[in-house]
Design a protein around this ligand. Structure first.
Ligand code: HEM
Ligand code: HEM
Ligand SMILES: [Fe+2]
Length: 475
């Protein structure tokens, strides 16, 4: 289906490889949404697909597919921008292509094993062969090791090309940040029997990915995309990028403490976690201002639309600026102080934040990069939004925001009833989930999930057809 995208206008093998990564990312994105819907229906009808496709598996595949499609789209984006930024054709690209196929085969095997082996005792052998049991990073150890090899190949492509080519500020940040991002993965590879220790290291990957290295990654993509889409000046964009890096790492690294409140780590984490994580929204505000300021500036304040060379990509980039600030910044800030988190911890409030943050901060900009890629692939000077592009961005954003609101209501009810009124025991947990406020919220989340899925279908159709339409318009 997705192979019908013509990439014949691309001259560099890196860009072609980038488009291959984008295609697999979209397939996994679709799988993610289907799994989310199954899990959402199971909240309403707990017997749905029981013992055929259990909630634990649907949820696991949902969030693993999420992480993996985003990594695919990130790798795709890097391959896409690599040759343009470095003005170099790319070192050892054949190896990179081989790594793509190895990774894709491994991902397929891992998912099939998840789906077919759903229950059974956890043993040393299951850690190696089936599932390592770490939320978001459940891949069995053989796949962990395989991923490291593939990522090393990818990193070699990027690093060696960077060393051989031109060294822009954007690529310098990219190369350094990717090393941190890949290195952190190692912290999630070693299961320990002590749950406190295990969680301690596991958060190094989860938190230091999404609240430090992935955010810097978004900064570099936004910088590159702003130059490409609206012709923003490189000096301005790169200056902002360095400021963002400083602020993101300055707050995000010790912000890690907001996951160390209740897992058996020393109490000084309350203060460290509270202070630094409360500062995390600041760089997100800066990133927001940056995108909108540049946008206004390049339009010369006239609002002229001609200067935007790729409307759908720009629309997703602006959605990213809002979504990152709201989902990560605001919804994250809500529950980041220990005095609040003691009530909200692990409620649907967390899930509300998780959805809006992952969507707002990452899904948006990665979809934007796919449109940038398509523009190159079809060799068109200008890419205008189609009806499908508009339906896609509207329905997906509306759906995810709707899910977030519904889950926030469910979480609020849990905080009041389960935690504050009933004291947070096992019975309280179930009592709160049987009340109409909770059930209605779960129903609305499911409905909004369907809206998201419909938007996704529009997105796929658009990605498959927009290039040809733009070519025809140009001709
Ligand atoms: C794009 C960036 C972010 C993403 C993708 C993200 C995503 C997530 C996810 C998925 C969880 C749930 C983890 C789990 O399963 O246990 C979580 C937890 C949390 N996040 Fe974020 N987050 C981001 C940024 C932030 C920021 C900036 C803050 C604070 C200002 C924040 C505060 C928190 C807190 C306090 C928790 C723990 C919730 C609990 O106690 O249950 N997050 N985040
Ligand atoms: C069809 C739309 C979707 C539906 C119906 C859906 C449903 C669900 C369900 C039922 C869960 C399990 C929640 C729990 O254990 O309490 C979940 C978890 C999660 N989903 Fe979705 N989801 C959808 C789309 C998305 C999207 C677009 C993203 C991000 C881009 C996303 C990110 C997440 C994350 C990060 C978690 C883990 C949250 C946590 O542990 O706090 N989902 N989703
Ligand atoms: Fe965090």
């Amino acid at each position: 289906m997705l192979t019908s995208i013509k990439t014949n206008h691309l001259t560099s093998s890196g860009q072609k490889l980038g488009m291959m990564y984008f295609r697999v990312a979209m397939v996994l994105f679709g799988a993610q949404l289907l799994m989310g819907l199954i899990a959402a229906i199971q909240f309403l009808y707990p017997g749905f697909l029981f013992e055929l496709f259990d909630f634990s598996v649907a949820r696991m595949v949902h969030i693993n597919a999420l992480v993996v499609w985003m990594l695919y789209a990130m790798i795709g984006s890097v391959y896409y921008m690599l040759s343009e930024e470095t003005e170099h054709a790319g070192v050892a690209m054949g190896l990179g292509k081989l790594a793509f196929w190895v990774l894709t085969l491994a991902v397929t095997v891992v998912v099939l094993v998840y789906i077919f082996i759903q229950i059974g005792p956890g043993k040393e052998s299951t850690i190696w062969l089936i599932n390592e049991g770490r939320e978001y990073l459940e891949a069995p150890r053989w796949a962990d090791i395989g991923i490291v090899v593939v990522v090393l190949t990818f990193y070699w492509n990027v690093f060696a090309t960077y060393m051989a080519g031109k060294k822009t500020g954007i690529m310098t940040v990219m190369v350094a940040n990717l090393m941190a991002l890949a290195g952190l993965y190692l912290a999630g590879m070693f299961f320990t029997d002590n749950i406190s220790m295990d969680q301690y290291w596991w958060w190094w990957v989860i938190h230091l990915w999404v609240e430090a290295t992935w955010e810097v990654f978004v900064g570099t993509l936004a910088a590159y995309a702003l130059i490409k889409i609206i012709g923003a000046r490189r000096e301005v964009v790169e200056m902002w990028l360095w400021i963002e890096v400083l602020m993101l790492f300055g707050s995000g690294i010790l912000g890690l403490g907001h996951h160390y409140f209740w897992i058996g780590t020393p109490e000084y984490w309350w203060e460290i976690g509270a202070l630094f994580s409360a500062l995390e929204p600041v760089p997100l505000i800066a990133m927001f201002v940056h995108v909108l300021y540049d946008w206004g500036k390049e339009q010369g304040g006239s609002g002229a639309r001609e200067t935007v060379k790729n409307n759908p990509a720009m629309a997703w980039l602006v959605t990213n600026a809002f979504g990152n600030f709201l989902g990560a910044g605001i919804w994250g800030f809500f529950h980041t102080l220990p005095q609040v988190n003691i009530y909200t911890h692990g409620t649907q409030f967390t899930a509300a934040h998780g959805h809006l943050a992952f969507f707002g901060a990452y899904a948006t900009i990665l979809v934007g990069m796919m449109y940038v890629g398509l523009q190159g692939a079809y060799g068109v000077k200008e890419m205008k939004s189609t009806f499908n592009s508009k339906m896609a961005i509207f329905l997906i954003t509306f759906g995810v925001v709707g899910m977030t609101v519904a889950l926030t209501i469910a979480g609020y009810e849990q905080v009041l009833v389960e935690r504050a009124e009933l004291g947070g025991g096992w019975n309280a947990f179930f009592t709160a989930q049987d009340l109409p406020w909770y059930i209605q919220a779960q129903l609305w989340r499911t409905i909004m999930g369907v809206v998201t899925l419909v938007g996704f279908v529009y997105l796929v159709i658009d990605l498959l057809t927009i290039g040809k339409k733009a070519q025809q318009a140009e001709a």
